[in-house]
Design a protein around this ligand. Structure first.
Ligand SMILES: Nc1ncnc2c1ncn2[C@@H]1O[C@H](COP(=O)(O)OP(=O)(O)OP(=O)(O)O)[C@@H](O)[C@H]1O
Ligand SMILES: [Mg+2]
Length: 245
């Protein structure tokens, strides 16, 4: 379970997240939806114990991100918005490296690397240097790393961004599989149809604020609209938004 309570995050003069509260439960996919710069990535980085909150409380499975960041990292899988790969290292090299950072037992790590390589169908290129990889291949290495230490909670920042139809589908299937196993998943996306299809509940963000929260049906009802796009525009209250349908 991931709990965000009265979260504020300020970067110098800029308030990137202001008074945001929500809870993501086990066995649930919670979508973070909002225009560019709304504060989605910032919230995810605070949950991931990468950024300190300015104020408020954030807990993952009861561990506090400020006081127990190592415990949080142990129970959380993070797929960042931009994750640099080491060009000269292969996917297997990356996974060995991160498995050691997570202090996984060597035998377990070997076994787990084979599992994620198979799950993500990376067998063909698992030993090749990442330098020339396509966007989809890189996303898969990032997702493999996210799953490696078998966390039960996940923050996935635009996990299907830039992927072709088949790769995006595969990523969605894997995320749905994590949910079926009881995982707690927060994902951000700009793709409304994807949010509609995948997310049990949605938190709508606009300019650092949470403007609405609920199932797609609840959000549509709240806005008095028949689809998520119309509801989004109505709830955000202005049209200078950039989302893909
Ligand atoms: N490290 C930082 N230092 C200063 N300002 C930052 C930093 N990270 C984010 N911001 C600012 O905080 C605001 C929220 O950014 P954030 O990346 O959280 O938005 P987002 O909702 O993820 O947007 P996108 O949809 O484009 O990914 C933006 O105005 C951004 O410029
Ligand atoms: Mg972002």
């Amino acid at each position: 379970m991931i709990e965000v309570q009265k979260l504020y995050k300020r970067f110098k003069k800029l308030m990137a997240v202001e008074d945001v509260t929500f809870t993501a439960h086990d066995g649930e996919i919670l979508g973070l939806l909002g225009a560019n710069g709304a504060g989605k990535t910032t919230i995810m980085r605070v949950i991931s114990a990468i950024l300190q909150p300015t104020s408020g409380r954030v807990q993952v499975d009861g561990f506090d991100v400020t006081r127990q960041p190592d415990n949080v990292r142990g129970v959380l899988g993070v797929m960042p918005e931009n994750w640099g790969l080491y060009g000269h290292l292969s996917p297997r090299d990356h996974l060995h490296f991160f498995g050691r950072l997570y202090a996984m037992q060597p035998a377990r790590l070997e076994e787990r690397i084979e599992q994620v390589v198979e799950l993500l169908q990376m067998q063909e290129y698992a030993n090749r240097p990442c330098e020339q990889f396509s966007k989809g291949m890189k996303q898969k290495v990032s997702l493999a790393r996210t799953l490696l230490h078998e966390p039960r909670n996940f923050v996935l920042d635009e996990p299907t961004s830039g992927l072709d139809v088949m790769s995006a589908r595969q990523v969605r299937e894997i995320v749905n599989g994590l949910k079926a196993e009881g995982g707690c998943i927060i994902l951000s996306t700009h793709i409304l149809s994807e949010a509609e299809r995948m997310c049990d509940r949605i938190v709508m963000m606009d300019r650092a604020h949470k403007v609405a929260e609920g199932t797609v049906a609840e959000l549509c009802q709240q806005a008095g609209k028949s689809n998520l796009e119309e509801a989004f525009v109505s709830l955000i209250g202005h049209e200078d938004i950039e989302v893909i349908l």
